[in-house]
Design a protein. Sequence first.
Length: 269
Amino acid sequence: MTGLASVFRTLVATASALFAVTAVTAPAAQAEPEPRAPKEFVALRSVDPTIIQEMRYTTPHNFVGVRIDGYRQPLCILTRPAAQALHKAQSKLLGQGYSLKVYDCYRPQRAVDHFVRWAEDLADEAMKKEFYPQVDKSRLFADGYIAEKSGHSRGSTVDLTIVKLPALPTRPYIPGEPLVPCYAPQSDRFPDNSVDMGTGFDCFDTLSHTDDPRIQGKQRANRQLLKGTLSAVGFVNLPEEWWHFTYKPEPFPDTFFDFPVARRSVAGH
């Protein structure tokens, strides 16, 4: 028995030594590095710092009611051709006493996934009174307001409006404050320093259709100014959303990116 015990102790000691060596030499697990943008992407400010940026999805003032996944910093990122085209449009508008203001630019796929999860949770209607007061949340997919893929993730689509200069700042949204329908008169809606487009940004309603016949007068003229100015530099409007434009031809027509909206994603571009 004594001999067997000695052999057993030797085996245990050897195994312990091997484990200790393995523990020292095994490489430490490393976190997967965040993806970065291809070199064709730039921060809009590096191309035109005069365009106003009010990046809604970095704030809780949006149809979900919380900051959206993937938006690390309030930054507009676009493909370089789209950014350069916006610079041309801005140059024209500045001469008329106006400025562009962007609400959203490149949108990571993880943000789109966040929208989808929210839309599937029919109990979460915290922002309904402002952004989709007349739409049943169960209809958001069927009616095309939410989809599993977005052109924004390709990097050449932008949501934007026009501001009359000099631009007054837009006050911060206070979570829990009373909400007003996005199609209410401009004086009643959440204050926005843009010209009156007939509805607010991200208004899930047919009144947001660019050429809806119920939108007339100055509101219609403002929409046509935005559409005409952007069309002249290569952007195509989505007819269902007066604020939504895509630069053509897109550098990445079939690729949906997922790098975060952050300065690091385009550092050095």
